[in-house]
Write a protein that binds this ligand. Structure first.
Ligand code: FDA
Length: 304
């Protein structure tokens, strides 16, 4: 049953008509639990509150399935605006963004042009930009773009997904770029030709990748709410004498606040991934898919 619900929400998350329609209806279907607001001004207040509680932030202007040049340019302009707000308000926040919102499905030239503008501004304000990872059909292209940008900028990072078979090789390949990497399990519905179908195998691969990246000496952001993985990282810290300066935990806004607070109290660096914007639909559906129990929460909100 859980798997059925998961597939259902992942199927819904890819619906372009619903994605477009949802933009006109404010934050609905429980999205306010996972999304900070519709603009950076709202998000900035939340970032400030989180910073005061001792959390670092990475802010994400939501946007998916962008298929025309003007929207991609607008999305890049919004990221630049967000960076200037972060810089001017001296907030402790990075920026996360998706290659499709920069025009990946239109042309590589457009993405590079948008990214160079964003990274130039980010460099000026000392802000790091992380390129999120989308579904497997875009993984190779995203990593190629990351590598090209990494040669020019030291304030750019990216994400690797433990559920993909290819990731172990990608990690090795990226090692020479001294990457700032966030490692996650992976949030998309992928065929078993490219991704481990079983959670157990994903988790094992996840641990292997974290260990490898830390032992390669690269900064590692561990993007998870899984207590077993977190325990593994804490054990590694002790057994392999890994410095706390070399890693951080990252968690999504609105998920496992208890765990976020506990880790912060234990002295770990915790960064909250804070999405904002009116394109909340796909993001919200993937969060519902991860934990069908969230649907109950949404239904309660609808009934109220
Ligand atoms: P898992 O799914 O095994 O969950 C472990 C526990 O966490 C659950 O038992 C539950 O308690 C809690 N939990 C997890 N998800 C929840 C939810 N939605 N609601 C309530 N509780 C929940 N993916 C991707 O493909 N590309 C990307 O770029 C990113 N970026 C990213 C950034 C950050 C900071 C995080 C934390 C995650 C991502 N992800 C991502 C998403 C990631 O791939 C994955 O889908 C989620 O983190 C859920 O997996 P967990 O590692 O938390 O484990």
């Amino acid at each position: 049953m859980e798997q059925l619900m998961r597939n259902f929400f992942l199927f819904l998350s890819k619906n372009k008509t619903l994605t477009k329609a949802a933009k006109n209806y404010g934050l609905r279907f429980g999205a306010a639990r996972f999304v900070a607001g519709i603009d950076i001004e709202h998000a900035a207040r939340k970032i400030n509150n989180l910073n005061e509680e001792g959390f670092a932030v990475t802010v994400d202007h939501l946007g998916e399935f962008i298929d025309n040049e003007q929207e991609a340019r607008e999305s890049a302009a919004e990221c630049i605006h967000a960076i200037t707000v972060i810089g001017n308000k001296k907030l402790d926040s990075e920026v996360s963004l998706k290659m499709t919102s920069m025009g990946l499905d239109i042309s590589r030239e457009l993405v590079m042009e948008n990214m160079r503008k964003i990274l130039d501004t980010a460099r000026e304000y000392n802000v790091t930009v992380t390129i999120d990872m989308e579904d497997h059909t875009r993984c190779g292209k995203t990593l190629e773009i990351f590598k090209e940008l990494r040669k020019e900028y030291d304030n750019v990072g990216t994400v690797l997904q433990a559920y993909l078979y290819r990731t172990e090789e990608d990690l090795q390949d990226l090692s020479t770029y001294e990457p700032y990497l966030r490692i996650v399990k992976g949030a998309y519905k992928e065929p078993q030709e490219v991704a481990f179908p079983k959670k157990k195998d994903v988790d094992e691969n996840y641990k292997k990748l974290i260990k490898q990246n830390l032992k390669n000496g690269h900064y590692t952001a561990i993007g998870t709410h899984d207590e077993d993985i977190i325990y593994y990282v804490k054990r590694l810290e002790q057994l392999e004498d890994i410095s706390r300066d070399q890693f951080e935990f990252q968690m999504l806004y609105g998920i496992r606040l208890d765990l976020q607070q506990r880790l912060r109290m234990e002295g770990y660096k915790v960064r909250v991934y804070l999405p904002y914007g009116n394109d909340w639909y796909g993001y919200n559906m993937r969060r519902l898919a991860e934990r069908p129990a969230n649907v109950l929460f949404v239904l309660k909100g609808v009934v109220k």
